[in-house]
Ligand binder design. Structure first.
Ligand SMILES: [Zn+2]
Length: 410
């Protein structure tokens, strides 16, 4: 039966979001691939691509080309529109903030750091970071579709409150999403209509690293992606299932930092002892290597530097790295046994430990895993620069990916 014109259009409309996501994540570089991925006719894929182009979101190369090395027929290349709209992304960390404008495809269009003391009142640093982002919007003249914020704390849902901002002076339970949204309104940052204030989203920074890496980095193509990473202090974890963050019933899933990896180890702020959080972070590494840790805000940088420059020459540094690798492996084996991911990605100090001795880490995971199977799970290093910011941008892009018509003006 020949579809009527109406059903064709409806089918095309329903495919707009999936099509945009395919181009956004680099999985549909040509119209031919888009057609195959969507499982629609060439005519429908052409109409969908043309509509996304009319919305200013993607570009369709007008001259079809044969991909290098391909025997196939020429196809129109699809790319995100480099001059298209952006979202405002913001990240707050112990030693300040960073603001950025991020386009589709996880492309950072402009970014600016801010070194400030993060005061006890979240509104203070959020006003500054939003002000910096609004400045970038004015300088570049780019159209803004939304805003996302990454914070070093679990964020409770649906309230949008930062429950445990342990390494910031914020009070536990600060309503960060509400404050962020208010700051956007005060700075005149508008959403798609160009009139109403932009909607603000907020989430935990490691969750956002995982989301960014899944869409644009080392996690691409994984179905059940486990991400474990450190900042200056502590360890965070996240799980992306079928392309979406698994946040649990109230936003608090994957608090992997409190797995016990040494029952006689250091006391942890959770009340336990020997948690992954306190046994495998940069402070633990510097102490195990017998180094003076120095101020908290430089811990990750100093730990990475020490590992890079003295792992090969100083036995104390090598022993410290091996101790941390063994403990990290123990924690990862426990997580693999519970979650059965098809890929693990590591960030911060854990990424550097993987790069120092990947074989050792993999064999610890294998030894401790069920039927030795976990040793087969690929463990990779995070790839992206500013992945927390790119992930914050993904939060803001999500409504557009769900319904690209959101990006229509007015
Ligand atoms: Zn703990």
């Amino acid at each position: 039966m020949t579809p009527t014109r109406t059903t064709k259009l409806e089918r095309g409309r329903g495919a707009l979001g999936p099509a945009l996501e395919l181009v956004h994540t680099g999985r549909a570089p040509t119209r031919a691939v888009l057609t195959a991925e969507l499982g629609v006719t060439r005519a429908t894929a052409g109409a969908v691509a043309a509509e996304l182009e009319a919305l200013g979101l993607i570009t369709v190369d007008s001259r079809p080309a044969v991909a290098a090395g391909s025997q196939g027929r020429p196809s129109h290349r699809l790319s995100v529109d480099p001059g298209g709209p952006v979202v405002l992304a913001a990240q707050v960390h112990a030693d300040g903030f960073r603001a950025a404008l991020v386009g589709l495809g996880g492309r950072i269009v402009a970014t600016v750091p801010g070194a400030v003391t993060v005061e006890a009142d979240p509104a203070q640093v959020l006003t500054e970071v939003v002000g910096a982002g609004a400045g970038l919007l004015r300088e570049t003249g780019r159209r803004c579709l939304g805003a996302g914020l990454a914070v070093p704390s679990a964020v409770a849902e649906p309230e949008g409150t930062a429950l445990n901002p342990l390494h910031l002076a914020w009070p536990p339970g600060a309503p960060v999403r509400e404050i962020f949204t208010r700051c956007l309104a005060e700075a005149g940052v508008t959403g798609p209509s160009g009139e109403a204030p932009a909607t603000g989203f907020a989430a935990n920074d490691v969750n956002l690293i995982a989301l960014a890496e899944h869409r644009h980095g080392a996690g691409r193509g994984a179905r059940d992606l486990l991400c474990v990473a450190t900042g200056h202090r502590g360890v965070g974890g996240a799980l992306v299932l079928d392309g979406r963050l698994h946040t649990g019933s109230s936003g608090l899933a994957l608090e992997v930092g409190h797995l016990t990896v040494d029952p006689d180890g250091r006391p942890c702020h959770c009340g336990g002892r020997g948690c992954l959080d306190v046994e495998t972070d940069p402070l633990a590494f510097l102490e195990a290597a017998g180094r003076e840790p120095g101020p908290e805000t430089g811990l990750l940088k100093r730990a990475l530097e020490l590992l890079r420059t003295e792992y090969a020459t100083d036995p104390a540094v090598r022993d410290a790295a091996h101790l941390l690798i063994d403990r990290l492996g123990l924690g990862l084996a426990g997580l693999v046994n519970i979650l059965d991911p098809d890929r693990i990605i590591l960030g911060g100090l854990h990424r550097a430990l993987l790069e120092a001795d990947a074989e050792r880490l993999r064999s610890v995971i294998a030894e401790r895993s069920l039927w030795g199977r976990s040793g087969k799970v690929p463990v990779l290093a995070c790839e992206l620069d500013y992945s927390g910011l790119v992930g914050a941008a993904e939060l803001a892009w999500q409504p557009v990916l769900d319904d690209p018509m959101t990006a229509a003006r007015g």
